[in-house]
Design a protein around this ligand. Structure first.
Ligand SMILES: Nc1ncnc2c1ncn2[C@@H]1O[C@H](COP(=O)(O)OP(=O)(O)OP(=O)(O)O)[C@@H](O)[C@H]1O
Length: 903
């Protein structure tokens, strides 16, 4: 890779390869070093081994006389016969170990003890890089969504206390488009599928009507009644954020109690919270399901509303089993509760009262006299019936969401807010009447069926059993069960329809159902994605070796030099190992602060600044910077660096998120775990350091900026081999502008003022980064781990993404440089293999995964992968999950076994 590498290699006695006699030298091969043509770099010749002081240098450097005591060269170990004998003895006695140390330890020691060569630092940073193509822009007209509706909350006819609370405590006055469209529909009690761009206020669009409907229930709801609303979100941070919003919204209605169940926290505390009772439950699917199995006080018999936020992500992440279990639990608990005649009579009585009066003064309230009148919404009646409303939301829809909608929703409405095709597609034109609960627990619709077509019902129940049995035989999954239920329901509706004299209405329903299906199909089929128009989207094509210095430059430019802005920046990376490594390295090198887990070699900490500081020679100035600034940083210490990924300790994760939200300036390195739903105030730059695996991921990552019509910027860092992704985005109507990569390093000159050019500044910074990484074994291990995880992530990307993420195009030697490593990829991989951390099993994001318990779970043992959607979705999903929680591949041993097998 470079000079240092060659020195290290020289220590390991290698057997010279056998040369066949009279062999002619290969073309492109000189006696000193070998050249090998690389197919990726369009005919360019790449030096595999760099010549040492041979040939003319592009940047002629002045050789400085080497002081004797400054940087000793590593001398070739001379082995006498005796020492060779003892070495061999040692090797045989210690099973491959050399003087009690294994090869890896010796190599690491060499790497750490390796001092920079005296004389000017010769860098290969700007050599042998592939050309950066200039991509022309295609004529793409992005879809635009109007964010604000131009109306106020008082236009919604909601409780005046809510309006006042929104205005005073949340500082929200004007309605957003999605809120204006969705809130009345949700209040009608209709199942709703909502698609609107990131940061467009979807959370409030469902939270507000749900609270409105709950506060209108009389007698007032009691926290011991059981959970009324369940909100399922894919990540813990989003759960915390959503819960916080509910807490703010229920302030005027203190009898409504929201609660949070998110993974990573103590189950005991959550259990006691559940025992006390919750009206609104916000949580991650795994944890909710966990409590369903272990906490008896969790009761869904009165749950009237199920909300699945970021529905596509929930399915992508492989949570379909958990979502199915939650839906099934609601239905089961509701069915079980219908056998309580007293509760039913009470419920029916209350519903009738609401129907008849709507006037609160006449109501009997257990909680005491009422102070004000309330509206009674159809959704309130849903809460008092055995019905359930389902709301699905996302900024991006997938086929899997359509399937989920088909299975879990009844007569749904589709709300899409993108301009030009704003739809509120209704599956029935008239509102579906909400049926009152009958004392026997059946809805009137079913009662009619019972009275009039008893034989039909017999047949139905037989067929129900039959189908359920079949489902048991075939696949025990809850989804199969729901599909069956759905079929039966449709059958019931058909029976009713046949009896209905009004055939015109039936036609009406069918037509409008088609409108809904059509609208969803169009939304998914057209494959068009919408991003806030206020986000300036650009991309930078940067050769592999320059990625790390470019990252530093962008951070300095944005978080340090840019005084006008708030300077909050999010950097998305592929794996959690990368996040950890970059957080520590950037913090150490740029700010000079020590991260949490570093145990830097004291020997190097005590290193003094170079004596050559005052030299006038610009080349040696670079040297000075390189040798002298390992201790301190290059930017002010105020820059706070945070990291967030799924492999972090829960408390640390939540704390980091809150700290980053509260910080005025800051830099967050994260995986895709932060890509969904997170609403961090005033993030003005999103940098995608690793290319996303899909256009959808791109949209959600970019969506962390430019929220609620604020201005933002998004930069996508691409390798020259990844440019196809820009075309892929253009097909989805996303337009990006190419930035000039030559200017991307400009900011570095401000931190290396002695450097005459930006290239020189980049070389100096790269040297500092490399020197830091090679200063201790911990650093080397961390860098190797990050490098290996990235290679695995890249080569394990979903098939669809291979169009732009082709692992065959990678130059791994260059990639190692982007992780500040000077070794060959093979040596890096060897170190990573010897790292015990990588031998561990992958975490799988589940709180309690007891195989035995899993087997006992009703419905799940025979769950088939891909029940929801076709196989590709599942394959992609495993990758999505991996990118968040892990390096992306199975544990090392499985991986190696696979490779061996393939060979
Ligand atoms: N009516 C409003 N007026 C002004 N700001 C609002 C309004 N409603 C919501 N917001 C703010 O808009 C921001 C984004 O809202 P929210 O997180 O609900 O967006 P979202 O559509 O769910 O985004 P994502 O798709 O990324 O999850 C929040 O900071 C929220 O406080």
């Amino acid at each position: 890779m470079d000079d240092l590498q060659l020195n290290i290699v020289s220590h390991i006695k290698k057997k010279p390869p056998k040369k066949p006699k009279n062999q002619q030298p290969l073309p492109g091969t000189t006696s000193g070093y070998k050249f090998k043509p690389k197919p990726d770099f369009s005919g360019k010749i790449i030096a595999r081994k760099r010549p040492q002081n041979t040939g003319p240098n592009k940047f002629p450097v002045k050789r400085v006389e080497e002081p004797q005591n400054k940087v000793p060269r590593l001398s070739q170990p001379s082995l006498s016969k005796d020492s060779l004998d003892s070495t061999l003895r040692d090797l045989s006695e210690n099973k491959g170990k050399f003087h009690g140390k294994n090869y890896q330890e010796i190599n690491d020691e060499l790497q750490i003890n390796q001092k920079p060569r005296s004389g000017p630092w010769i860098s290969s940073l700007f050599k042998n890089n592939p050309d950066v193509p200039k991509l022309g822009q295609k004529a793409v007209k992005p879809l635009i969504e109007k964010v604000f509706a131009g109306k106020t909350f008082s236009n919604l006819n909601i409780h005046p206390h809510s309006v006042a609370n929104l205005e005073k405590n949340l500082n929200l006055k004007e309605l957003m488009t999605v809120q204006q469209k969705a809130i009345p529909i949700i209040l009608e009690g209709r199942d709703t599928l909502i698609r609107s761009q990131t940061g467009s206020g979807k959370t409030l669009a469902y939270a507000l009507p749900v609270i409105e409907a709950l506060q209108a229930i009389r007698p007032k709801i009691n926290r011991h009644d059981g959970v009324r609303v369940i909100v399922v979100v894919p990540t813990r941070e989003l759960a915390v954020q959503t819960f916080d919003l509910f807490v703010k919204l229920v302030k005027p209605f203190i009898w409504i109690v929201p609660g949070l169940l998110s993974g990573g926290t103590k189950r005991k505390a959550e259990k006691s919270r559940l025992r006390k009772g919750l009206s609104i439950l916000v949580g991650t699917p795994g944890r909710i399901n966990d409590h369903l199995r272990h906490t008896h006080s969790l009761n869904f018999s009165k749950t009237g509303c199920l909300i699945l936020d970021e529905a596509d992500r929930l399915l992508d992440m492989g949570y379909e089993k958990d979502v199915a279990a939650i839906v099934k639990a609601i239905e089961d608990h509701k069915k079980a509760a219908t056998y309580d005649p007293i509760a039913l009579v009470k419920q029916t009585f209350n519903t009738q009262k609401l129907d008849n009066s709507g006037n609160k003064d006449q109501e009997i309230d257990d909680a005491g006299p009422q102070q004000e009148s309330t509206n009674v919404y159809p959704l309130t009646k849903v809460f008092l019936s055995t019905e359930r409303q389902t709301i699905l939301l996302s900024a991006t829809l997938t086929k899997a969401v359509e399937n989920l909608a088909g299975i879990t929703m009844q007569d749904p409405v589709f709300v899409d807010t993108s301009d030009g095709k704003t739809v509120v597609a209704d599956s029935i034109k008239q509102n579906k009447p909400i049926e009152n609960v009958q004392p026997n627990g059946e809805s009137p619709m079913k009662t009619i069926t019972k009275q009039n077509v008893s034989s039909e019902l017999k047949e139905t129940s037989n067929s129900k059993k039959e189908i359920v049995n079949n489902a048991d035989d075939d696949s025990d999954s809850d989804y199969e069960y729901f599909k069956v239920q759905k079929e039966l329901d449709t059958k019931n509706i058909d029976v009713k329809k046949n009896e209905d004299e009004n055939t015109n209405e039936e036609k009406h329903i069918n037509e409008s159902k088609n409108t809904f299906v059509q609208a969803i199909k169009t939304a998914i089929g057209e494959d068009e994605l919408v991003l806030p128009a206020t986000v300036n989207q650009t991309f930078l094509i940067v050769p592999m070796k320059l990625r790390l210095v470019t990252l530093c430059s962008l951070i300095i430019e944005h978080c340090v030099l840019n005084k006008a802005q708030h300077g909050k920046m999010i950097v998305f990376m592929g794996t959690h190992e990368m996040v950890d490594f970059h957080t520590e390295l950037i913090e150490k090198v740029l700010t000079g602060k020590n991260g949490r887990s570093k145990k830097i070699n004291k020997k190097y900490k005590e290193k003094k600044k170079s004596e050559n500081m005052d030299s006038e020679d610009s080349e040696s100035e670079l040297e000075v910077d390189y040798e002298g600034s390992v201790e301190g940083g290059v930017v002010p210490q105020e820059l706070d660096v945070f990291s967030l990924h799924g492999n972090m300790d829960h408390e640390k994760r939540v704390l980091t998120f809150k700290q980053f939200c509260a910080a005025k300036k800051g830099l967050l390195f994260c995986t895709d775990v932060a890509a969904r739903g997170l609403d961090v105030h005033k993030v003005d730059l999103v940098l995608q350091y690793c290319t996303p695996a899909s256009a959808t991921d791109y949209v959600h990552r970019v969506g962390r900026t430019g929220r609620a019509a604020q201005v933002g910027a998004a930069v996508l860092l691409l390798l020259p081999s990844e440019t196809e992704f820009v075309r892929h985005l253009e097909q989805k109507r996303i337009r990006l502008r190419q930035s000039d990569e030559s200017q991307a390093l400009d900011a570095l000159r401000s931190v290396v003022p002695t450097a005459p050019t930006r290239q020189r500044a980049a070389i100096a910074l790269q040297a500092k980064l490399e020197y830091t990484v090679h200063s201790s074994k911990e650093w080397l291990t961390m860098a190797s781990r990050a490098f290996t995880s990235w290679v695995r992530f890249y080569s394990g990307c979903p098939r669809e993404a291979r169009e732009w993420m082709d692992a065959r195009q990678l130059h791994l030697g260059h990639a190692a440089k982007a992780f500040a490593l000077r070794e060959t990829p093979a040596a890096v991989a060897r170190r990573a293999r010897s790292d015990p951390k990588l031998q561990k099993d992958r975490p799988n994001n589940r709180l309690t995964v007891h195989d035995e318990e899993e087997k006992k779970r009703p419905g799940f043992p025979k769950m088939k992968v891909g029940v929801f959607a076709h196989k590709i979705v599942n394959k992609q999903s495993s990758m999505h999950t991996a990118s968040e929680f892990d390096s992306g591949l199975p544990p090392v041993d499985t991986y190696t076994r696979k490779i061996k097998k393939n060979k």
